[in-house]
Design a protein around this ligand. Structure first.
Ligand code: MG
Length: 159
C-alpha cells in the first residue's frame, strides 16, 4: 500500500539573511526570513512527508512560537520527521518538488540540493527530484518578494 502527501510553503525575502534551499547555502544578496533557517524547500518536503504519513503538519511538530526551533537547521528537522515516518512503519518511495523563485538561478545548485535532501531522507538522490521555475515577473515570486515551494511525497508500508 502506498500513501501520498503534498506540501507547500512560502517565505519572505529579506536583507541580512542567508538563502538556504534544501539545506544548501545559495549565494544571494537576500535570504529568506523566518523563525528557523526559513528553508522553504525543506519545509515543503517535511509537510509532504507528514501528510503522507497522516502525522499533522510542520507547525504542529515544530511550532514557530517555540524557542527550541529558533534558527533551527531544517535539514535536522527533516531527519527527525523521517524517524517519525520509520516509527509509523512507512518508508520513502520518492519525493518530487518545485521551487518558485525569481532569482538566483537554482539549476547550478540542483545536484547539491538533491544530494542534501536525499542524505536527510536516507535515500539515493535519484529518488528526490528538484525542479525550479520563475514567476515570470508576476505575483510575489515574480516581484522577488518571496520564494515558495511545492512538494509531493509517496511512502509505502513496510511489510
Ligand atoms: Mg516555512
Amino acid at each position: 500500500m502506498t500513501r501520498t502527501g503534498i506540501g507547500y510553503d512560502s517565505h519572505r525575502l529579506a536583507e541580512g539573511r542567508r538563502l538556504i534551499l534544501g539545506g544548501v547555502h545559495i549565494p544571494s544578496e537576500r535570504g529568506l526570513a523566518g523563525h528557523s533557517d526559513a528553508d522553504v524547500l525543506t519545509h515543503a518536503v517535511i509537510d509532504a512527508l507528514l501528510g503522507a504519513a497522516g502525522l499533522d503538519d510542520i507547525g504542529h511538530h515544530f511550532p514557530d512560537t517555540d524557542e527550541r526551533w529558533k534558527d533551527a537547521d531544517s535539514i535536522a528537522l527533516l531527519g527527525a520527521v523521517m524517524s517519525m515516518v520509520g516509527r509509523a512503519r512507512l518508508r520513502l518511495v520518492n519525493v518530487d518538488c518545485t521551487l518558485l523563485i525569481e532569482q538566483p538561478k537554482v539549476a547550478p545548485h540542483r545536484a547539491k540540493i538533491r544530494a542534501s535532501l536525499a542524505g536527510a531522507l536516507g535515500v539515493q538522490p535519484e529518488y528526490v527530484n528538484v525542479k525550479a521555475t520563475t514567476g515570470e515577473g508576476i505575483g510575489f515570486v515574480g516581484r522577488g518578494e518571496g520564494v515558495a515551494a511545492l512538494a509531493i511525497a509517496t511512502l509505502e508500508l513496510v511489510v
